[in-house]
Design a protein around this ligand. Structure first.
Ligand SMILES: NC(=O)c1ccc[n+]([C@@H]2O[C@H](COP(=O)([O-])OP(=O)(O)OC[C@H]3O[C@@H](n4cnc5c(N)ncnc54)[C@H](OP(=O)(O)O)[C@@H]3O)[C@@H](O)[C@H]2O)c1
Length: 258
């Protein structure tokens, strides 16, 4: 039987909680008294992160979210949350045509279709309650070309577009949907993808901290904004990203090897 204090707690479902932005988001919510339903795939990473969070009102679940079975195992495990933070993801690079069919499908599912499946499982209950919040962590790659990461950029763009439409559709139910479009963030993502060289190549001023991403994303979500680009530098750069000269400078600075 749950204590009264537990029953009154808000519950957030955070995917990809074991490191980077997801860990920082979980920490931010923990510090504000949230109960957490946490998901990631690697057991060791999950245990370490779970211990570090030290939130007695949290549970973690292991699932590979690059396929439907993984996503539906979450929905079997956790009840409808008050907040969904769809964050889990990897960065990918490789020349166009170099990824196998399975790599492309898994990546697209993890970054886009799986996010949609997750959200749409809980949506009917959120709509019937007329409450809830949804946050999707996309990427600045959704709105700017990313040579050698084309599938990543395409999936991030698709999930951005989904979130923008959903945001309008759910206005009348009082359910804000916010898509966050971070630029370069200091996390494990680039190392995991074999893109370590970007830590040196991309100038310091282009990197932002996970903490900043979380703070600005939560602020935007609580204000009901449909999108947010965290970090002043990216806000300034954004209007120029569609101009070809600015775009070619951007691509030179962030060029992926190979
Ligand atoms: N870092 C950046 O510069 C940047 C920029 C823009 C957008 N983003 C986006 O931000 C999100 C978080 O990435 P991050 O930078 O914080 O990277 P990160 O530190 O590598 O964290 C990624 C998280 O996602 C989980 N994850 C990865 N693949 C998974 C899978 N198949 N199933 C379940 N969980 C999985 C990881 O869990 P395990 O430890 O269990 O693998 C980990 O908890 C991603 O969607 C990424 O695309 C990052």
């Amino acid at each position: 039987m749950k204590e009264a204090s537990e029953l009154s707690k808000k519950n957030a479902l955070v995917t990809g909680f074991s490191s980077g932005i997801g860990f920082e988001y979980s920490k931010f919510l923990s510090e504000r008294g949230w109960e957490l339903s946490l998901v990631s795939q690697n057991k060791e990473n999950a245990i370490a992160a779970y211990k570090a969070l030290d939130n007695p009102f949290s549970r973690y679940h292991l699932a590979d979210l690059s396929n439907y079975e993984g996503v539906s195992s979450i929905t079997d495990e956790f009840r409808c949350p008050d907040l969904i933070v769809a964050n889990a993801g990897i960065t990918q690079y490789g020349n166009a045509g170099s990824l196998s069919q399975k790599q492309k499908k898994d990546l697209f599912y993890l970054l886009c279709l799986g996010v949609i499946d997750l959200i749409e499982h809980y949506l009917p209950e959120m709509i019937s309650r007329q409450s809830g919040r949804i946050v999707i962590i996309s990427s600045i790659g959704a709105i700017t070309p990313m040579p050698k990461s084309s599938i990543y950029a395409a999936a991030k763009s698709a999930v951005f577009s989904y979130g923008q439409s959903l945001s309008k559709e759910l206005l009348k139910y009082n359910i804000p949907v916010t898509v966050s479009l971070p630029g370069y963030v200091h996390t494990n993502a680039h190392k995991r993808a074999g893109l370590d060289h970007l830590n040196q190549k991309v100038p310091k001023w282009m990197w932002i901290q996970s903490k900043k991403v979380v703070k600005e994303t939560e602020k935007a979500s609580l204000k009901g904004k449909s999108k947010v680009i965290p970090g002043i530098i990216y806000k300034l750069v954004k209007p120029f990203l569609q101009i070809s000269l600015a775009n070619s400078i951007w691509n030179r600075i962030t060029r992926r090897k190979g």
